[in-house]
Structure formats: C-alpha cells, structure tokens
Design a protein around this ligand. Structure first.
Ligand code: HEC
Length: 480
C-alpha cells in the first residue's frame, strides 16, 4: 500500500482484510487467550489511530500497550456501546467508504481482551505500526499554505469568526486531489472552512483584480443592508422579525434564503475543505478534483472559541495534495439549507426541511449534515424524476461534536430534475443535555447558541470532462 491511497480507501482495504482474519477465529475468541500484540493492536492501528495518536483530537494514544492498557475498561464500554469509533449513519441506507464501525468479531476480540485482564502478549506479534505523516491525515502535502501572520486571540469575550486570506501565487491552475485544513492551535480553533477565491473581474473592461479584505468588508456591509442577517460582534445572526418558514421545501428557493455560502457562491467563491471535530480531510476520488485557478487566494474562515481563558495565538494552515492522474471532473459543493426556521422554546422534536432540485445530470459523492447544539436527527432523501425515492443518508442520533463527511462508496446518479429533500429534527427541550437555553426561540445563525440546518453535498457534473477541455496539470511542475 502506498501513502498515496486516499485514507478512507486504506481503511476499507484494511477492514476487509481484518474481517477475513477474524472470521476464521471468531468462534474461538472467548476461549482463546487474546493479547494486545497479536489480536488487539491490529484493530487499534486500523480503526482508532486515526484520532488516537499524539497530536490528534482524542484524549489518549492507542498506539502502544503502555498507552492503551490504563484505558482498557473504558475501551470495552465505548466499543460495546458503539460510541467508539464514532459513526452516526444508519447502516440500512447506502454504503460509505469511510464507515468506521467495527465488525462484531472485532468487538468480541476487544471484549475478550479486557475480560482476560488486558494482557500484552509477545511484542514480536505486533503488526507494523501504522505510518502517519506527523500532523496530516492526507499524507505529506505537496503544498502547504499557512496564514500569513499569527493571530492573537484575547482571553475573554464571545467566540470570534475571523477571515484570513492566503495568496497561492499559483501561476497556472492547480488540480487538488486532497485538501486538509489544519488548526495551528487546537485549544482555540473550533472550526476552519477554507474557500478558494479566484481572481475576480474588476468590472472595467474585464481585467482581473484581486479581492482584498477591505473589499470583503464592504461587500458584507452592502449585503447586510439587503440581508436577512445582521452582524452581532463577529457573528452573523438572523435580523429580528424575519418571516418564519420551517418547511423550506414549500418555498421556491427551497428554504435557502441566503447563507454565507450562497453569498460566497454569488461571489464565485468555492468551498475547498474544512476542519471540525470528527471531520474527515477533504479527499477526492482519483480523477475527481478541486480546481484552484491561477492567481486564486485561499480564504479561511476561523471559528475561535475562548474556552482556555488565556490569551492564545494561532497560525492555521491548509495542506494540498496535487492530482497525480489527469483530472476529469471538478467536485462541486452545495449547502442545501433552511435559513428561515424557528425552533420554539422547549420543542422536543421540531421538524425543518430544505430542498434543492438538480439542474443537470450529476453524481453525488459525499453528504454532511450540519446543525448546532439542538440538532437531533437528519435525513436526506432523493425524489427522482420517475417518482421513485431513496434515502441517501439517515443520521438518527446527530451530534454536534462529530462533523462527519459521509463518503459514498459508489457515487449515486441523480438525473436532472431530482429533488433532494433534507429533513432536520431539533430538540430545544431541557432533556437535551447540550441545550444552552431551552427557554429561547432559536433561529439560524453562526453562534453555536443559534442553530443551523444544512445538508452539505459534494457532486460531479456528468457532462463535464476536464480531460478534453483543459491542458492537464499533473503536478510535476510543482516539484513532484
Ligand atoms: C474520528 C476520531 C476517533 C476515532 C476513529 C476513534 N476515537 Fe475514541 N475518541 C475520540 C475523541 C475525540 C474522544 C474524546 C471525546 C469523546 O469521548 O467523545 C474519544 C474518546 C474515546 C474513549 C473515552 C476516553 C475517556 O476520556 O474516557 C475511548 C475509550 C475511546 N475513544 C476508544 C476508542 C477506540 C477503542 C477506537 C477504535 C476502535 C476509537 N476510540 C476510535 C476520537 C476517535
């Protein structure tokens, strides 16, 4: 296996081999001595180390016996109750390339190991340690683009959304196979969204001019006058008194009045990748790419939280792996959002919908539900032009802590005229232990105490064939 395989693929390959290994010994698991080195380490390396290694999101490393042993009881509990590895999609619908769930024989092996006293066994049985490039899930990036300067976050006050521009200085279009956003300081970086901002026409004779931070500010101010949103400190929130439409699908715009991202779309800014707890790196299938036009800037949206109570510094970055095979298709990102909903105080199961109808034949690649702390469940369905329908993703127990991108094992064809219906359920009652305030009516907004209702999708367009249309950038000119 080479490091160039996309990570989810690696995981799948490894999972398949593990199923074989385990199925031969499944019946004898409880009677046989189970050791860390021989039986458990292969599972931890393949299914846990992604997060449970130094420098990653999880609280402890599971790479060695010494590190894993003290957690044995907790590991058994989390694995048996299927809280770990985190995975929230109902397996009845679709297959996902990055499915993290353990097989029953794997769960039995871990259980038997703990029940038998969590023995180490012979270190000679250890499989080779998984190779990770320090700090990156996508392997060694070809290009790293870092915030030009360090940002200093004050110790107290509300959360902040900050925007940073990173010039790419690309002289030609670059086709990105994998992209990963990397926080500089995990203590304060809650999430990162990276957009590609191509050079825009200046409106005077079609010359290209670069957009500056001041232009963005001005644009935001102009938009705000016409907008359903207002700015509250650093954060966008709904203006008071805006109409309420929980059933976005009954509106001509499907419920998406205007999110930041629709504004981004109007400005021809394209989503590149994101970082949030539990989110996978942006990995495109071979042959599917994100194009970064020559002269583009990368625009980073940083959500900083001040939980640490100290003045903190951050310099976040993105890593890019350039396409090695000639690219054929661009990956398009769309938020199917309802921006008009209102969750009544105390409501336990408040339903909100949003819709989008495909304008051409496309193939769906990924799905990602996004809500905040009142988010309870989300289902995304396709209603095809021939009247049959299908569940694309069902997340019955949504958790804000895990912003998972679900990568379809096989892209799904959605012909022109397919209606995608996103249905979200919110729990604004006191029963929801994450609810910051059940007495509030909650609307769309950036702060986590407001909420959101977005089904993010990534797709390719059937009729697009970049191979025939553009000179190919294989990345060799970039030091491959
Ligand atoms: C996608 C990332 C990810 C993967 C994969 C993952 N974990 Fe975790 N794990 C976390 C994070 C983050 C936490 C801390 C937050 C929480 O408990 O929800 C955690 C917490 C835990 C805890 C509880 C620690 C405590 O504080 O008590 C255990 C035990 C655990 N994981 C075991 C595992 C095992 C075993 C696997 C593999 C079979 C695994 N995890 C896979 C991210 C992950």
């Amino acid at each position: 296996m080479t490091k160039k395989l996309p990570l989810p693929l690696l995981v799948v390959v490894c999972l398949v081999s593990l199923i074989f290994i385990n199925s031969s010994s499944a019946n004898s698991v409880s009677s046989k001595a189970v050791t860390f080195s021989r039986d458990v380490a292969p599972i931890f390396f393949k299914n846990c180390a992604e997060c449970h290694r130094p420098g990653e999101a999880a609280p402890m490393s599971l790479l060695s016996y010494k590190d894993a042993r003290p957690w044995a009881r907790s590991i058994k509990e989390k694995v048996v109750t299927k809280q770990m590895p985190p995975w929230h999609a109902d397996p009845h619908y679709q297959e996902f390339a990055n499915d993290r769930r353990l097989t029953q024989p794997q769960i039995d092996t871990i259980t038997a190991w703990v029940d038998q006293g969590a023995k180490e066994g012979d270190p000679k049985d250890l499989p080779p340690a998984p190779k990770f490039v320090e700090g990156w899930a996508i392997g060694k990036p070809d290009i790293v683009l870092q915030m030009p300067e360090e940002f200093t976050l004050e110790a107290s006050g509300p959360d902040e959304y900050q925007y940073f521009e990173i010039p790419t200085n690309f002289k030609e279009d670059v086709y990105v196979q994998m992209a990963e956003a990397r926080p500089g300081n995990r203590k304060i970086v809650h999430h990162i969204i990276a957009f590609v901002q191509p050079p825009v026409k200046d409106g005077k004779g079609g010359k290209y001019a670069n957009v500056t931070k001041a232009d963005i500010e001005k644009f935001r101010e102009e938009q705000e006058k016409k907008s359903i949103f207002r700015r509250d400190g650093f954060l966008m929130r709904m203006k008071p008194g805006m109409p309420v439409y929980d059933d976005g699908c009954a509106l001509p715009n499907g419920g998406n009045g205007e999110t930041l991202d629709v504004k981004a779309e109007q400005r021809n800014v394209d989503f590149l990748t994101g970082f949030a707890p539990g989110m996978n790196a942006g990995i495109m299938e071979p042959g599917t790419v994100k194009r970064i036009p020559a002269g583009s800037k990368i625009l980073l949206q940083l959500h900083y939280s001040k939980a640490s109570g100290k003045v903190e510094k951050d310099r976040s970055m993105i890593g890019l792996v350039v396409a090695k095979t000639p690219p054929d298709k661009n990956l398009y990102t769309r938020p199917i959002a309802n921006t008009y909903f209102q969750i009544p105080p105390g409501a336990e199961n408040h339903k909100v919908t949003s819709c989008w109808t495909t304008k051409e034949d496309i193939h769906l690649e990924t799905l990602m539900p996004h809500m905040h702390l009142r988010g309870k469940a989300m289902r995304i369905e396709a209603f095809y032009p021939d009247a049959h329908s299908e569940v694309l993703l069902d997340v019955p127990n949504y958790s804000f802590s895990w912003q998972t991108v679900y990568y379809l094992k096989k892209p799904i064809a959605l012909p022109k005229g397919t209606r995608i219906v996103v249905t979200g359920y919110f729990d604004n009652s006191a029963k929801n232990k994450y609810n910051p305030d059940p007495s509030q009516a909650v609307r769309f907004g950036e702060p986590t105490y407001d909420d959101m209702m977005i089904g993010w999708i990534n797709y390719t367009v059937d009729k697009e064939h970049l191979r025939n249309e553009t000179a190919v950038n294989s990345g060799r000119s970039l030091g491959q």
